[in-house]
Design a protein around this ligand. Structure first.
Ligand SMILES: [Zn+2]
Length: 485
């Protein structure tokens, strides 16, 4: 999957050159290049806000009484042309060009196909005869739940030239806003397009969704005169939980860190089959393995530290190691968490939000996870229901991935950054949805310890077998040290 999600780069210099010629404006050239160069890998400019997204499961009461007074609605009233142009981006005007307004992103009338279930906002940016890839847009929504805001245009290489945002807000009544932005400043480069949506409750599995298409056309304006609808952002960007995503510096790196994979930390029950036995590490063995790692000088890091190392070159401690736990079993809290804490270690726990929400006693509770998070443990997502994520529809993946992410966010107050594929299975679409849901990294069950910047969403791990003791763990680490270079 590596080539499918390399960091965003300006991929269409020829297309851009054509555009520039077309418009015959040096100003635009500077602007266009600046936009493309700065197209964010995974912009943290407009983070998904925690509480504003609807619960993933639609309920009959999902459409609470609207509180129209809660958020003043940004108007699309055209600003008079005398409005001073927004603060110039420093990179856009390196040659003291007086103004950059000749480039206008003019929105075409939005087209809405009301359906039900999920909502998708999509669009294209184009000139009269060419697609413009790599130009980010800002999409936000305002309704009875407040305001949510999120980046888009994340993949400038989509073959059809579309950017899109999929949300499982279940088409609540509210307004959508879309504008082309300068990725450096977040400032709007186009008029803000407004689309009204209405509630249409239905089950997400029905496959229906509301698709709203918002296209912009880049046109040349009259030199030196601001476009009549070049409006600044009507609302400040909400930043309820700004997650500092490490903006990649563009360098490709290789970092070698073992990521251990555990499941149950308990003795297998009597009569357990070989699969269950293989997934179960008894508490005393787990303790001995952790003490061994400690004695060998290993230092635990979170997966997010690995992300920083791969994308920014942030230094890691000597002998870094990540200790992960899949499925979120209650014995992780009872038998692993105390050992980790005692040794000054951290662990990464991938939870299934479905069973937690159902108070299934086999799994850790939200309260326990809250306590672990407060103690420095990293909490990630393992989907909602541990279903295979290959060959699934977009809607289903959003349900399982973004839905689980929102459950964690609702319960624990932060947006999870790391994901573990159930049974290690994924396909291209799974990875796409993970990226749309703002996950930074994902782990597979492929063996290995060498990680590359381009493979953040397909990280390798070292599976710890149920029959292993300390010696086997040591052997496995030594094996991968040589086998995966
Ligand atoms: Zn699992």
């Amino acid at each position: 999957m590596g080539p499918g999600h390399t960091p965003r780069r300006p991929r269409h210099p020829i297309r851009l050159a054509q555009v520039s010629l077309l418009i015959a404006s040096l100003t635009l050239l500077a602007l266009g290049v600046a936009i493309t160069l700065a197209a964010p890998f995974h912009s943290g400019l407009f983070p998904l806000t925690p509480s504003s997204l609807a619960q993933a499961r639609p309920s009959a009461t999902a459409t609470a009484a609207p509180t129209p007074s809660a958020t003043p609605s940004p108007t699309r009233t055209p600003t008079p042309s005398a409005t001073p142009s927004p603060t110039p981006s420093p990179t856009a005007t390196p040659t003291a060009t007086p103004t950059r307004v000749p480039a206008l992103f003019v929105p075409l009338p939005p087209r809405s196909e009301p359906n039900c279930g999920l909502t998708m906002i999509k669009g294209q940016l184009r000139t009269a005869d060419a697609l413009l890839n790599g130009v980010p847009v800002h999409v936000w929504w305002e309704g009875s739940d407040g305001v949510l805001s999120l980046p888009s245009g994340e993949d400038p290489t989509k073959p059809d030239g579309y950017w899109d945002v999929v949300l499982d807000t279940y088409a609540k009544p509210g307004r959508w806003y879309v504008a082309v932005i300068d990725p450096q400043t977040g400032e709007h480069l186009s008029p803000v397009v407004t689309v009204e949506t209405e509630a249409e409750p239905c089950e997400p599995t029905s496959g229906g969704r509301q698709v709203i298409t918002v296209d912009f056309v880049l046109q040349a304006g009259e030199a030196g005169r601001p476009g009549p609808t070049f409006t600044p952002s009507p609302t400040p960007t909400p930043t309820l939980t700004p997650t500092p995503y490490p903006t990649p510096d563009g360098q490709s790196r290789t970092v070698r860190v073992p990521i251990l994979m555990y499941h149950y930390i308990s003795a297998p029950p009597p009569g357990a089959d070989r699969y269950r036995r293989d997934l179960s590490v008894p508490p005393d063995v787990f303790r001995a393995q952790m003490e061994y790692l400690k004695a060998q000088g290993y230092q635990t890091i979170a997966l997010r530290d690995l992300v920083y190392a791969l994308t920014r070159g942030t230094p890691l401690p000597p002998k870094p190691i990540v200790i992960t736990f899949d499925d979120g079993y209650r014995d992780n809290y009872e038998n692993a968490f105390p050992v980790l804490r005692e040794l000054g270690f951290t662990g990464t726990f991938f939870v299934l939000t479905g069973p937690i929400d159902q108070n299934n006693p086999i799994y850790m509770s939200w309260d326990q996870l809250r306590e672990m998070r407060a103690a420095g443990m990293e909490i990630g997502v393992h989907s909602r229901d541990h279903v295979e994520l290959r060959g699934r529809s977009y809607e289903y993946l959003v349900w399982q991935i973004l839905g689980a992410s929102q459950a964690v966010e609702r319960q624990l107050g932060f947006r999870p950054e790391v994901f573990s594929y159930p049974s290690g299975l994924y396909d291209r679409r799974t990875v796409e949805v993970l990226r749309s849901a703002h996950f930074w990294a994902a782990v597979t069950t492929r063996g290995g310890i060498t990680h590359r910047t381009e493979e953040l969403l397909t990280l390798k791990r070292v599976r710890v077998r149920g029959a292993w003791g300390v010696a086997e763990l040591a052997q496995a680490l030594a094996y991968w040290e040589n086998a995966d270079r």
